[in-house]
Design a protein around this ligand. Sequence first.
Ligand SMILES: NC(=O)N[C@@H](CC(=O)O)C(=O)O
Ligand SMILES: [Zn+2]
Ligand SMILES: [Zn+2]
Length: 352
Amino acid sequence: MPQPDQTRLILRRPDDWHLHLRDGAMLRGVLPDSARDFGRALVMPNLTPPVTTGPEAAAYRDRILAALPPGSRFQPLMTLYLTEATTPDQVAQAQASGAAHAVKLYPAGATTNSHAGVRDIETVRPVLERMAEIGMPLCIHGEVTDPDVDIFDREAVFLDRVVKPLHRRIPDLRIVLEHVTTQDAVDFVRDSPRHVAATITVHHLVINRNAMLAGGIRPHFYCNPVAKREKHRLALVEAAISGDRRFFLGTDSAPHTDEAKLSPCGCAGIYTAPVALPVLAEVFEAAGRLNRLEAFVSLNGAQVHGVPPAEDRITLVRGEPWSPPARIMTEAGPVTVFDPGFPLHWHVERPS
Ligand SMILES: NC(=O)N[C@@H](CC(=O)O)C(=O)O
Ligand SMILES: [Zn+2]
Ligand SMILES: [Zn+2]
């Protein structure tokens, strides 16, 4: 157990296993916030148009590397956006050439830029079978798009309708349920004998749906999947601090300009990159589990994704409360930073 007065925490450099970096002006604006603290990130492919092939993923990786601050050793790991036209050879070649690490399944219409995603999982079955053979992970945005299903039930229904049958049919497929938000998803991962894991975001460990809807509508807390009831948030915290190796950090840091967020039909996504690690330190400290933070942010994800943990380390320091910026300015416009609603005592020590 950590000492109650612990003020320094040395961790292997964390990885972010679910990150939106966008492209162009937005990429240039947000990339430094992730590259500062994280060693690697699994970069989401939901650009317009989406990143669907190995050559496109390699070109996107080159644009990210070109936008990095000088001297940064941040390593983007790329994903392919699965469409109903994706072929087994395409994903196998993308893996063999090192262009893509994983494939991302978006049910068509489930979230930002997902219209090119999958309508019927049967159509992509040959691709998924090949991925099982070659050990390529499938990262899943797990929500049904059926308009008859209540938005707060869409993750749990997706598990029953899609993920459980898929896991039964292709048990060797390595599945990562992205940004889980429910007790149901936590239970499913815990009860799965193998090859099923889940990322958890920073914001879903902190907010429940009241943050978004009680006392006024707060678009900066709106994301997909939407935050659920408090009992679900508690289940996520329990999973994150449990030390169970199947749960790990994917921030889903998802920048949109304030203009795009603050609209009659605002975009889903919360920008957490600049505060991710300090907020997590607060969450783990409040639970008396600072000793499990490294597993959640630096070890479990690397193991699930089959890469070695980072060699270098970062230091988190506990000190006087500090206030993160309310927003960052990018060439694409201002982007509001996630406000956890409590003071931050922890910060990442920077080389002086
Ligand atoms: N999480 C979100 O609310 N938004 C993400 C898409 C996603 O991860 O579903 C985005 O790209 O903006
Ligand atoms: Zn998603
Ligand atoms: Zn995402």
